[in-house]
Design a protein around this ligand. Structure first.
Ligand SMILES: [Zn+2]
Length: 119
């Protein structure tokens, strides 16, 4: 297997962290954690961290992520054994090999989500 681009690895890590914080923000708004007795961090601090993550991600990739986010809550999903975890459609093997060679995440041809490979 070809070595995956280090730049892509970093981008994916940042995007996963960003997606977690965006989810946390939604949970805070939707579920009213305070009333449920959960202790949570300061929403302003969460927003600051979100901005900080965004500033470290390549602007073109970030724009693409935001575009997909208008359609899906989770624009970034894993692909495992050639199957997209956003829509569960199987990928052609050639596309998967291509994925490791690039500096930008590839998109699922079926649902349009951004993908990262897991073992
Ligand atoms: Zn998909």
């Amino acid at each position: 297997m070809p070595e995956r681009s280090e730049k892509l690895d970093t981008t994916i890590d940042l995007l996963i962290a960003l997606q977690d914080l965006l989810q946390l923000k939604r949970d805070l708004t939707d579920n009213n954690y305070g009333e449920l007795g959960f202790q949570t961090g300061d929403p302003i601090a969460i927003d600051k961290e979100i901005e900080s993550l965004k500033s470290e991600i390549d602007p073109a990739i970030m724009r693409r992520y935001e575009t997909i986010r208008r359609k899906y809550d989770r624009p970034l999903v894993p692909v495992r054994r050639g199957v997209c975890y956003g829509c569960f459609v199987k990928f052609p093997t050639a596309r998967l090999a291509e994925m490791d060679d690039r500096d930008v995440p590839i998109l699922c041809e079926s649902c349009g989500r951004m993908l990262y490979q897991i073992p």
